[in-house]
Design a protein around this ligand. Structure first.
Ligand code: ZN
Length: 212
């Protein structure tokens, strides 16, 4: 990071504060009172997919968790803690898993190169490929196969969310909670709803359905 860039971002912050206060002198005072976001966003760490910006959401409207390739790994304490807090304390109504075409993590999962410790994270994405390898291997065009893999990965992460004890317990208690899967187009800016929306666990394979 160049020194200039570093200075610029600090300066940008000052300008942003001033412009927000010019619109509403109580803006930060009001925000500091608490948050009640209606949405939890689980997205990729990719710098080109900023959660708030692409959906025009203001501070206070989105609770955010991001990792490489927007994964819902059921032993990930970070993700589970964010999900638990969002569902049980903030009472969000919607959880969106948002993947994106051109995802480097998904691309890496299609190949065999060792990159480092990240190989172990990418493993989770490879497991998704193995689950759908008959379909994915049947797509001859590599770019089309890559796009299909991105979409399938999002769908599997939505299913994985539905399998968590946190989400199943909320549904059991008749808490209103909708899960959605989206894909973002880096070259268009548009999101596509993959229509994997869930609001109960009845569509899950029986082995995953918890009895409370
Ligand atoms: Zn990505």
């Amino acid at each position: 990071m160049s020194t200039e860039f570093y200075k610029k971002i600090l300066d940008n912050n000052k300008k942003w504060v001033e412009s927000q206060l010019a619109l509403d002198s109580e803006y930060f005072k009001d925000l500091s009172k608490g948050q009640q976001p209606p949405l939890l966003w689980i997205g990729c760490s990719d710098s080109r997919v900023p959660a708030n910006e692409i959906i025009g959401a203001k501070p206070g409207e989105v609770f955010v968790h991001r990792n490489i390739a927007n994964m819902v790994v059921h032993t990930d304490m970070n993700m589970l803690s964010v999900l638990d807090y969002a569902v049980n304390v903030l009472k969000v109504k919607h959880v969106i898993v948002c993947g994106h075409y051109g995802c480097g993590g998904v691309k890496a999962a299609m190949g065999n190169d060792s990159i480092g410790i990240i190989d172990n994270w990418i493993r989770h994405i490879k497991d998704v490929y193995r689950l759908h390898n008959t379909y994915l291997d049947s797509i001859v065009n590599e770019e089309q196969r890559f796009n299909a893999f991105v979409e399938i990965n999002v769908k599997e992460q939505v299913f994985d969310l539905a399998k968590t004890s946190i989400v199943q317990s909320a549904w059991k208690n008749n808490q209103e909670l909708f899960l959605h899967g989206w894909v973002y187009g880096l070259n268009s800016g548009y999101v596509t709803d993959l229509n994997v929306s869930f609001n109960s666990g009845v569509d899950l394979d029986e082995v995953y359905q918890l009895k409370f």
